[in-house]
Design a protein around this ligand. Structure first.
Ligand code: ASP
Length: 437
């Protein structure tokens, strides 16, 4: 069985086992030994520990991977000034897709009205954090200490530092060439580590999903069914239809191939609910299976994982309308525009980790003058939706990277069209030293 199918099978097995455990624990004595064994021994012991180790191993690769792939990408562009155009196109498309995403969320929610007739549970409490001023956010993109940036996983700072190193390296003559070679070797090694991790994915994914579904109550979904399904519908529409139409219109490429090749990335995004932790897999897939060049992939994917969150923006659009409806507030055109603007900006500021979308939602509500404590209404169903919107977030990154690569002449069409390209994540082996060629 192919690795992708094994990962998908592990997903299903994890969901089924987790749900069974949850159901079983609901009917047995919570004071008994069997309950304690399942809860503390299996769920919080084996599965939680395995899942956390898996996520830590993914995160471990993020900083080295972003550094080496950006530096290699810059060095492969040489002294040509394509980086400015790549960066401009990427950022413009990220902002555009996020704007479309939040508008879709708003429109669908206004048409369907998921919050009509829902009672506000006023006991719900949610404390909004005060966001830092925009000027600080901008200044913070520029690192003052590269090691601190890497140690803290400040992705935008790491990207800026790597771009600087890559830029200087292409202009440093022989010394630059030597160092570029070193980084190219490093890239092969880090990619190999990603490949090894992908091999272990069925176990990691199984452990993560078993623990999640064993502890995630679905009871609240019934109360919030209209919100849940409206959001799910828009997420699926955006992830499958909007991106595909964009890809088809702007490049003429077959979207089916892209979606097919994204399945493995989706499994990671769904089970970790973090586009940050999924980054190594997204980057590898985009480069090796979709054929996007190192320079475009190395820039667009880490940047996208940090600033491009279309799924999160959709959630914010739907949630804002839902909360306004529950509180009986009619949104004015000005408020709607404010939501589009702040949700687009907020998606830039949303960290690529589970559940952060909810915190930035508070910011959006605040800007639109809506009750921030409304966030508490949707917390109960957020985890599952977070998993799905993370899948949309990573699909957006991969689609934009492919479009930019195509427009810049940086897409290998042969790799894109080959369904077997880099199949199952094996790094192509170099011939053994001394082998006659
Ligand atoms: N979990 C999402 C991500 O990492 C962010 C969010 O919407 O909470 O992409």
């Amino acid at each position: 069985m192919s690795l992708t199918n094994r990962i998908l099978l592990a997903m299903v097995a994890g969901i089924v086992l987790g749900s069974l455990l949850e159901g079983f624990m609901g009917v047995i004595d919570p004071e008994g030994g069997v309950y304690a064994f399942i809860k503390n021994g299996l769920i919080l012991g084996v599965f939680d520990v395995l899942g956390r180790v898996f996520i830590a191993s993914l995160k471990l690769l993020v900083v080295p991977l972003v550094m080496v792939s950006l530096i290699c990408g810059m060095s492969s562009l040489g002294t040509s000034s394509r980086m400015g155009s790549i960066a401009g196109r990427t950022i413009a498309l990220y902002l555009f897709t996020t704007g479309v995403a939040v508008s879709l969320g708003l429109t669908a929610a206004l048409l369907i009205g998921p919050g009509k007739g829902v009672e506000a549970m006023t006991s719900a409490a949610f404390e909004a954090k005060i966001p830092p001023p925009l000027t600080d956010t901008l200044v913070n993109i520029f690192p003052s200490n590269p090691f601190k940036a890497m140690a803290e996983g400040q992705m935008l700072q790491v990207i800026v530092f790597a771009l600087l190193v890559g830029f200087a390296l292409t202009r440093a003559g022989e010394a630059g060439e030597r160092l570029a070679n070193w980084f190219r070797d490093m890239e092969v090694i880090v990619m190999k580590m990603v490949g090894i991790l992908i091999e272990l994915a069925p176990y990691g994914v199984f452990a993560l999903l078993t623990k999640l579904f064993a502890t995630m109550g679905f009871g609240t979904i019934v109360d919030l069914a209209a919100y849940f399904f409206t959001l799910l519908g828009v997420l699926l529409f955006h992830g499958l239809v909007v991106y595909s139409s964009m890809l088809r219109t702007l490049t003429g490429l077959s979207p089916r191939i892209l979606l097919q090749k994204m399945r493995r990335v989706w499994a990671f995004a769904f089970s970790t609910a973090s586009s940050g932790a999924t980054l190594p897999i997204t980057l590898r897939t985009v480069e090796k299976r979709l054929g996007v060049s190192k320079s475009v992939a190395g820039f667009s994917i880490p940047l996208g994982a940090t600033i491009n969150m279309d799924g999160t923006a959709i959630m914010q659009g739907v949630a804002t309308v839902f909360i306004a409806q529950v509180y009986g507030i009619d949104l004015t055109a000005g408020q709607l525009l404010m939501v589009v603007l702040t949700a687009t900006l907020a998606s830039i500021g949303t960290a690529a980790v589970p559940g952060v979308g909810l915190i930035t939602l508070a910011l959006v509500l605040q800007q639109a003058g809506l009750p921030v404590e409304g966030v508490a209404l949707i917390i109960g169903v957020d985890r599952f939706l977070d998993m799905v919107r993370t899948m949309v977030n990573v699909t957006g990154d991969a689609t934009v990277a492919t479009i930019v690569a195509h427009r810049e002449g940086q897409l290998d069409h042969q790799i894109y069209g080959d369904p077997e390209a880099d199949h199952d994540g094996d790094v192509e082996e170099a011939p053994p030293a001394g082998a006659s060629v």
